[in-house]
Design a protein. Sequence first.
Length: 452
Amino acid sequence: MSCVLMLSVSCILWGLGMNEVGWLIMVCAVALLVVMMDCPFNFYILKSEWLGVDEMSVLMVLLCLLVSMMSLVSSTKEVKNGFVVLMSGWSVVEMVMFICLGSVLFFSVCSWMDFFFFFEFSLVPTFFLILKWGYQPERLQAAVFMLLYTVGSSLPLLMSLVYFWSYIKSDNMLLSKMVGGWKDFNMNWPWLIMSLSFLVKLPVYGAHAWLPKAHVEAPLSGSMLLAGVLLKFGGYGLIRLMWFSEVTNSTIVLFVLVFSLWGGVLSSGVCSCQSDLKSLIAYSSIGHMALSLSVLLSFYSVGKMACVCVLYSHGICSPILFSLAANSYEFCQSRSIMLSKGISRIFPVISGVWFFFCILNMGFPPSLNFFSEVYSVGGLLSLQWLLGLMGGLMCLMTGAYCLILYSLVNHGVVSSMVFKPGLNLSYRYLVSSVFGGVLLLGGTLCLDMFFV
């Protein structure tokens, strides 16, 4: 049903003019905020034989549909009148729909084997999206990197699930919790082995080499879906796993927490030294995911709430930054920050959107990003003041590289690489940006929905 709704909305968008599309997006965003404010999100699990949703599932499914719609709206090159037919019969629209379908089912299944199947199924359309519609010859290496990292780390999870299935004779999530069949997994090393797949998908620092390569070589729709939806598989999987396997006060968990937080600080420092726009945004995703993982492993209720806030705010803000980076690439045909200067002198509207989302990414109040960082640092301070200090340092470095990004791209002498005569500015980027901005600013009015 969700994918049918997604397809119908996409068809409507391509049948209307840009003015009508803008008003439609604004009305949908405001209506969504009204529904979110009026919904207490305290309902019990809605479950059928194969599917089941709770508060966390509803949030992730909603995020999946929003990012998929924004990726289709922003993809001006890959999508023309809704269809792009290349050598084979598949199009970018169909690949995006496949990723959306797999993601919605991943967030909705209530069986562990189905959970694992759709966890891996999302790799197939993403792999072909990078391999077929990537811009550079290095896209083959990027796709193989992503495949090896994610599939290789998923093998221990598959073996653990098969053992668990043979032990309890059922793979139902709710039943496995009720009968206590996971008591053998309430240990340090088995938990780490099962979590390895989610840590690589997140990704945690040290297993992140595939992410910048995949982002740099992927088309715009692939980068937006990868940052907004597929990275959330790791956080969602860890939240589900921690509900069944209690590993509080564990040395391994504390090690993963400190390592991920320190990796987030390092990746934030790497962002300040990047010269590639997409690579910088990719490394910023590693920092934000490290913050969400560390506060989740604090095992406080506010930590879980902060983790969901970080996942949701990053899932909206980061795809729009990739959309703006693609817009800058159309100006100068280069991803280099040093070759795309002076945008504010030529396109002040685009420069204003850059400024708006750079300050949102650094946690400008009263956005959802701000509250997610405040709750994250507060949860880490409750655990250990030194961890809170590291979290605050990472937030400070996030503000630093966001200011560097905005100032280098938008100010200075206009680069000779910027093509000015006859440049056709697409307003699709602005439409998706307005949609995301309304959600990030209005999401603070319904923070109770993140207490999952």
